[in-house]
Design a protein. Structure first.
Length: 629
């Protein structure tokens, strides 16, 4: 169990109640967890499965804490999660509470372990009766920015105590494409998003026998909600004096039948109509849907779609009469009102997705194209950046391959996520000579004791305005490293840079070429790139070798590359075909000075001429290889 500073102990007073056996008590299960807590990731899958199995009788609430590490869901509402932590005196995560009492220490070294909660214990808690009954309903406002909540609470007997009605907006499921913390979890369920009116709750006062109390709330939805189709509301009546929960109620979101996931894309010609994905989440075929959309802050437009999408399938649709005419960022809100399978959520306007469309209307740049990141403007003019919040590609002013400036990806600061630095559009339509991408990079991975975290760099090329991307470079960990691993944030010295050259000749003839540097964070250490250039000249110095031979040559199966290094360095071996396409790529790791042998296998290659490239920190060396079969 991961620990933090202890809170002050909370004194608990006990009161006696006379309970009439009128109603089953729905089981309130509260868990304290964190997206960077390793033990949480270990216990949550089985714990969540039990809660899902008993969804009909359980009211689950998850509080994302601010320790032991990064958790964006906590950062969005830290104070109310902290208030519940203090309320129960929680000192470590994961920690579970059932009807106000910590989960029994019957399977673990510490009380409160969620793994210790059994199906039998859930059933036993539900079998306990209570004199309190509760109902809850909610609806969305017409513009989906608010919830209207109505709650009724009844006690069959006179009931006194420090009674509080707690009401919570819950996001039933949150899915991340990459883990938002360091423990690898990407799926989170029944997350507390807002307590109404706050974490203190609403004082109800005592109940006389048979008394019904009603409560109505109009609440603005938090802007940080990921998906309105996952919004539900839960409530419970709890006695602050002894933490006893008398009753709870869960109004889960209705399962959306159709979804349009949020996404990002870009267009290369003014007047292009945006394309979105329509997903069928129902168990029956989707044949018709009423869709509503708006560009920016414009008016909503209705669109009727017909087709045939099987359960679990998806299709792409082009929205009519909406053309992207503005260069730069355009936002498009799209929602499904209803379909042949029914309405979505509880309101016609709930659950819209925001699509980001970036317009790149300028003509492609002629060669040479390059950037040394010397300007204070970042990204450079014509370049584009897609980051994760405030993390990702930034301007570094304290490190460069030939200056003090470069582009930096601060992997050291964020646990996961892919971030993109993209060049302007490049015109290779008339290019017939060899085209080469060159750049310098500096990187090392993070190591501290037994902990090792590393990251990757992927370089991709698109010739169809971002519809498809081809990977031309993908390295990480030690193969990407240019310096020894450290536990501090990495800032390279002048000697800790490596030169790279990638043949892009296979993309000649295309007028709309984009190149993007994709940083894949593993919470490791910082990556720097500099001196990016696309030109007809390699622009990278020759690798000095005492010997460099390829034998046999020609060959039909195995050839051996023999070379001798003057200094130890990280090496990579690449084989390109006559069209300039990368057909083999081997990370040789850090090689010592001296002689080395590397085998090349032609078993899966066609007859022809190939270029064998050795790339190291000091430059590249290349030779021709003839394959005859």
């Amino acid at each position: 169990m991961q620990k933090k500073l202890l809170f002050s102990a909370v004194l608990i007073a006990c009161f006696a109640f006379t309970v009439s056996a009128q109603y089953s008590r729905r089981v309130l299960v509260e868990e304290f967890t964190n997206a960077s807590c390793g033990p949480c990731a270990g216990q949550n899958p089985a714990f969540n499965a039990k809660l899902a199995d008993k969804a009909a009788i359980v009211t689950p609430i998850k509080y994302q804490t601010n320790w032991p590490g990064v958790d964006p869901m906590n950062a969005q509402n830290a104070s109310e999660a902290a208030a519940r932590v203090s309320y129960y005196g929680v000192t470590g995560v994961p920690h579970g509470v059932v009807n106000g009492t910590a989960i029994a220490n019957d399977c673990s070294a510490y009380p409160g372990a969620p793994a210790c909660l059994s199906i039998a214990e859930i059933d036993a808690a539900y079998a306990e009766t209570t004199p309190v009954d509760m109902t809850l309903t909610y609806t969305f406002s017409p513009n989906t920015d608010s919830l209207y909540i109505a709650i009724s609470v009844t006690s069959d007997i006179a009931l006194a105590g420090d009674l509080k009605l707690h009401v919570v907006i819950v996001e039933d499921a949150i899915y991340f494409s990459a883990a938002p913390g360091s423990n690898g979890e990407t799926e989170f369920f029944q997350v507390m998003r807002k307590m109404i009116p706050n974490a203190t709750g609403t004082t109800t006062g005592a109940f006389t026998a048979g008394e019904i109390k009603t409560y109505n709330f109009a609440v603005k939805l938090p802007t940080y909600i990921y998906n309105k189709n996952q919004v539900g509301v839960s409530a419970w009546l709890q006695d602050n004096a002894n933490k006893k929960v008398h009753q709870s109620f869960r109004a889960a979101p209705e399962t959306p039948l159709v979804s349009i996931p949020a996404s990002g894309s870009f267009v290369c010609a003014a007047g292009t109509s945006p394309v979105v994905t329509l997903q069928n989440l129902a168990t029956e075929a989707l044949t018709s849907a009423s869709i509503r959309y708006r560009l920016g802050a414009g008016t909503w437009t209705d669109f009727s779609w017909t087709g045939n999408v099987p359960p679990g399938g998806s299709t792409q649709i082009t929205l009519p009469n909406t053309e992207i005419t503005m260069a730069g960022i355009n936002t498009l809100d799209v929602l499904v009102v209803e379909s042949n399978n029914g309405a979505n959520q509880t309101n016609a306007n709930s659950g819209f997705a925001t699509i980001t469309v970036k317009g790149f209307f300028a003509a492609g740049s002629a060669l040479p194209l390059g950037n040394t990141f010397q300007s204070a403007t970042f990204p450079p003019t014509g370049w584009d950046v897609t980051n994760v919040g405030t993390n990702g590609w930034k301007l570094a002013t304290n490190a460069g391959a030939a200056s003090t400036r470069s582009a930096k990806n601060n992997f050291y600061d964020y646990a996961s996520g892919n971030t993109v630095l993209m060049t302007p559009k490049i015109d290779l339509s008339t290019q017939s000579n060899a085209t080469t991408l060159t750049f310098d990079h500096a990187y090392t991975h993070y190591v501290s004791g037994a902990d090792i975290f590393f990251d990757s760099l992927r370089i991709e090329v698109s010739t169809d305005c971002g519809e498809n991307w081809e990977t031309v470079f993908h390295n990480g960990y030690e193969a990407l490293g240019t310096a020894p691993a450290i536990s501090a944030a990495f800032t390279p010295t002048a000697a800790q840079w490596s030169a790279n050259a990638i043949d892009l000749s296979s993309f000649n003839g295309n007028a709309e070429v984009f190149i993007r540097f994709v940083g894949e964070s593993g919470f490791g250490n910082n990556l720097y790139i500099d001196n990016v250039s696309v030109s007809t000249v390699s622009g990278v110095k020759a690798l000095e070798l005492s010997a460099f031979t390829l034998s046999p040559n020609p060959s039909s199966d195995i050839s051996e590359v023999r070379f001798e290094l003057a200094t130890a360095q990280n090496m990579q071996l690449m084989v390109y075909n006559a069209l300039g396409s990368l057909v083999q790529n081997r990370d040789l790791g850090v090689l010592t000075s001296g002689k080395h042998n590397v085998s090349l296998d032609a078993a899966h290659l066609n007859s022809g001429s190939y270029r064998v490239v050795l790339q190291g920190k000091e430059g590249i060396a290349q030779t021709q290889w003839i394959v005859l079969k």
